[in-house]
Design a protein around this ligand. Structure first.
Ligand SMILES: [Zn+2]
Length: 81
């Protein structure tokens, strides 16, 4: 077991998905990692695989998860927590 450096580096950048729980399309970025939508093609990086490859999600899921800059364009800003 000597592959931990790459994993910890990737983890600092976002959520690391378990490729065993994803489909081949999700692993290659062809489908949203959350809802499996393949079209429109997911464009927002929602996380990484353990090998550092990014996985993508659609805009709806990215907004739900709170990832990516797209949320800013169409989100309400709450003044209080
Ligand atoms: Zn989605």
């Amino acid at each position: 077991m000597c592959a931990s450096e790459a994993v910890s580096d990737a983890a600092s950048d976002g959520y690391v998905y378990d490729p065993e729980s994803l489909s081949a399309e999700q692993c290659t970025g062809d489908a949203c990692v959350a809802c499996h939508t393949r079209w429109p093609r997911p464009r927002i990086a929602l996380g990484l695989l353990p090998d550092g490859a990014p996985v993508f999600g659609c805009g709806d899921c990215a907004a739900l998860i709170g990832a990516g800059p797209l949320v800013a364009a169409d989100s309400r800003v709450f003044a209080a927590r």
